[in-house]
Design a binder for this molecule. Structure first.
Ligand code: F6R
Length: 242
C-alpha cells in the first residue's frame, strides 16, 4: 500500500485528479470506479476544470459508482445519481449509457444488486476504483462486520453513517435507512484502488488501516491484501499514524 501524504484538502484534490487523469490519458477506454461523499468533490472539480481547459475526453470511459441510497428517487437532490450528475457527468463528455450507479428506485433491490454485479463483470475488470473511507472504516456502504466475500448487496446503514450523512438532508429522519453497495469482493476485483482521506474525522480510521491488520470489523482493512492500492491522505487524516 503506497501512501501519498499531502498537506491539505486542496493538495489532496489535485493529487487525486492527477492520479485519475494520468490513467484516463493512458487508457481512454478505461473502466473507472467512482465514489460520492465530501472527499472526492474537490477531485471532481479539478477533473471538470481539466476537461474545460485541457480537453481530456471521457467519450470512451465507462464508470461504475460504488453505491446508492435505496428508495430515494434518482431525481432527489440527495441521490448519488444527482450528486454524480452535478459534480461530474453533466460537465464532461461521457455518454449517458456509459455511466452506471445501482438503481435505488428498483422494485426488487436483490435483483438490482445481482444485475449490477453482472454489469460490472460484463464490462470487464474495473481499472481504477476511487474510494473514500468512513470514520468507522466503511468503504462503499460496507459497514463493520461485512464479509470480505461480499458482492453487490443491500445494507442497513449504521446509525453513525446516517448521522454523518445527515448534513446533506434537512434532518436525520430523511436519511434513507438502506443502500445498495458494491461488496468488498467487488471492490477488491479492481486492478487498482485509490483511497482518499482528508481531515481529523478520518484520523482514527487511517491509524487503524495503516497499522496493518486485516479484520472484518474494519472493512477498509480488506485493502491490505490488494496488490495495488494508493492512499492519498492529508496531514490531518494522518495525524494519529505513528
Ligand atoms: C460514497 C461512499 C462512502 C464514502 C465515505 C466517506 O460513495 O462509498 O464510503 O466514501 O462515507 O464519505 P466522505 O467523503 O463524505 O467523508
Amino acid at each position: 500500500m503506497d501512501v501519498i501524504r499531502v498537506k491539505d484538502y486542496k493538495e489532496l484534490s489535485e493529487q487525486a485528479a492527477k492520479f485519475v487523469l494520468e490513467r484516463v490519458k493512458k487508457n481512454p477506454k478505461m473502466i473507472l470506479g467512482l465514489a460520492t461523499g465530501g472527499t472526492p468533490e474537490g477531485m471532481y472539480e479539478q477533473l471538470v476544470t481539466d476537461h474545460r481547459t485541457a480537453g481530456t475526453s471521457y467519450k470512451q470511459v465507462t464508470t461504475f459508482n460504488l453505491d446508492e441510497y435505496a428508495g430515494l428517487p434518482r431525481k432527489d437532490r440527495n441521490s448519488y445519481y444527482s450528486y454524480m450528475r452535478e459534480q461530474l457527468f453533466d460537465h464532461i463528455d461521457i455518454p449517458n449509457d456509459q455511466v452506471h450507479l445501482p438503481n435505488g428506485e428498483a422494485e426488487d433491490w436483490q435483483e438490482e444488486c445481482l444485475q449490477y454485479e453482472q454489469a460490472i463483470a460484463e464490462a470487464g475488470q474495473v481499472d481504477v476504483q476511487v474510494l473514500g473511507i468512513g470514520g468507522n472504516g466503511h468503504i462503499g456502504f460496507n459497514e463493520p462486520g461485512t464479509s470480505f466475500d461480499s458482492t453487490t448487496h443491500i445494507v442497513t446503514l449504521d446509525e453513525s453513517t446516517r448521522k454523518a450523512n445527515a448534513r446533506y438532508f434537512s434532518n436525520l429522519d430523511e436519511v434513507p435507512t438502506h443502500a445498495l453497495t458494491m461488496g468488498i469482493q467487488t471492490i477488491m476485483r479492481a486492478k487498482e484502488i485509490v483511497l482518499l482521506a482528508s481531515g481529523e474525522s478520518k484520523a482514527d480510521a487511517m491509524a487503524r488501516l495503516l497499522q496493518g491488520e486485516a479484520d472484518e470489523s474494519f472493512p477498509a482493512s480488506a485493502l491490505l491484501s490488494h496488490p495495488n492500492v494508493t492512499v492519498i491522505a492529508d496531514e490531518e487524516a494522518l495525524k494519529k499514524v505513528t
